[in-house]
Design a protein around this ligand. Structure first.
Ligand code: TRP
Length: 441
């Protein structure tokens, strides 16, 4: 049987919406503000931006060129590009990481759905702030959280079955502009709060005494996570790019938009936090415990809170879609099963894993799959995968293949080209090695 023609994104806008949709997620709106809050604000932001452009953009280009030149996801892209058996390891690591990330990502995404409902039925507004923590703890430890994770995974599955153009691209084209609108509305509201300046100062005024090795490392890890790097996610998406998509330009656009949205999330959250006299350093519960306190006290709080959690849910949905595409592309490429079958099998498997992750806050506390999956994927498999792709594209893939791919549809100024290549060959693998070793320690 002749091989079926590979799916492609239909339009330029679709490419950007889907790729930015992958990058913008819980990483920007949930993780970035709390990392920034616990790591000293402005100084963290500055280092983060450096990493995004020095390390992130070259890594995105490496993933793009590997994916489009091979027209395969993981681990097939390595094989097709002439990699020996050993490289396949990185491809497999990506698949395992994808399953793990999906499992705990779905749990947090599920919480956003519960919070949307709580906003609509007034629970967020009516629960006294003193009981917020107890209420959150109780919710995440029970079956409610599991069921929401399932609901989220089922919605994801339905979109995945729609395919690359009719599923992923169409949904991204609708949801990404919506997300942007909600963000802008929030920014305006936040900037109008009394005392907004303190929050903005915290975010934008770097205090260099706050820079420690730990801050540098978490900024690098955050750049990886937020740009969807190191798991072959962008390899897979690039395998659906047309030959007309300019890789370097697209990678810069994605990096800029992703950073902009993380900064906007900061602009939304920090003024509110300071304006209501809270601490920016609350950690992972910043969005789920601190923000509801603020909505509780705010005029029109239920509406804002509903909007905020819709924003978070939308961002999570377009991201988890991109993670499941790694797995679905893998199954359809390597085992030639249909897209529907691949989606159903992977969704069921992740539903089981997500159940254990969710119940890590309750009966399965000892097993603690939630934190283990987060740790293994973010601190071990993702850096390893990122290093693998950059090392392969920088040192093993033939020069002609790489250069042809990068310059296919657009002239890249020689200076920029050399900078990106240098980043792929040196900065990224070495940087990642550092994160990796530090992550293990
Ligand atoms: N970047 C997404 C976020 O910020 C998460 C994500 C999607 C991701 N695809 C990925 C992270 C691939 C690592 C690898 O929430």
């Amino acid at each position: 049987m002749a091989e079926k023609k590979r799916a492609q994104f239909g339009t330029k806008l679709g490419v950007i919406a889907a790729t930015v949709g992958s990058a913008v997620g819980l990483g920007n709106i949930w993780r970035f503000p709390y990392e920034c809050g616990t790591s000293g604000g402005g100084a963290f932001l500055l280092i983060y931006i450096l990493f995004v452009f020095l390390l992130g953009v070259p890594c995105i280009c490496a993933e793009f060129s590997l994916g489009r030149s091979s027209r395969k996801g993981m681990p097939g892209s390595f094989r097709i590009s002439g990699a020996g058996k050993g490289w396949g390891f990185f491809g497999w690591a990506a698949i395992v990481a994808a399953f793990m990330i999906m499992s705990f990502y779905a749990v947090v995404a599920g919480w956003t759905l519960e919070y949307i409902v709580d906003s609509v039925d007034g629970a967020i507004k009516n629960i006294p702030n003193t009981e917020r923590h107890a209420q959150f703890t109780q919710f995440v430890s029970g079956w409610g959280s599991v069921i929401w994770a399932w609901v989220f995974l089922i919605i994801n599955g339905v979109i995945m079955i729609g395919g690359v153009q009719k599923g992923i691209e169409r949904v991204s084209n609708i949801l990404m502009p919506l997300l942007f609108l909600i963000l802008v509305a929030f920014c305006i509201n936040s900037l109008l709060m009394p005392g907004a300046e303190t929050g903005l100062e915290f975010l934008f005024k770097p205090d260099f005494s706050k820079i420690t090795p730990d801050v540098v490392l978490s900024a690098m890890g955050q750049a990886f996570f937020s740009l969807s790097l190191g798991m072959g996610c962008l390899v897979t998406y690039a395998s659906y790019f047309s030959d007309k998509t300019p890789l370097v330009k697209t990678s810069i656009q994605v990096a800029v938009l992703d950073t902009l949205i993380a900064v906007l999330a900061g602009v939304i959250i920090f003024p509110a936090v300071f304006s209501y006299g809270m601490s920016p350093a609350a950690g992972p519960t910043l969005v789920f415990e601190v923000l509801p306190n603020i909505f509780h006290n705010m005029p029109g709080g239920s509406i804002w809170s509903c909007l905020f959690f819709v924003l978070l849910a939308v961002a999570s949905l377009t991201s988890i879609i991109s993670i499941s595409e790694i797995v679905v592309a893998f199954m359809t490429d390597e085992y030639k099963i249909s897209r529907v079958k691949a989606t159903v099998i992977s969704t069921l498997l992740v539903m089981v894993l997500a159940t254990f992750c969710s119940l890590s806050f309750g009966p399965f506390q000892k097993l603690d799959l939630f934190n283990r999956f987060d740790f293994i994927s973010s601190n071990i498999l993702m850096p390893l995968g990122g290093m693998g792709v950059c090392a392969f594209v920088g040192w093993r893939m033939t020069r002609t293949r790489y250069i042809k791919e990068m310059r296919k549809s657009a002239q890249v100024p020689p200076f920029l080209f050399n900078l990106v290549t240098f980043g792929i060959r040196y900065i990224a693998p070495i940087g990642v090695l550092i994160v990796f070793i530090a992550g293990l320690i």
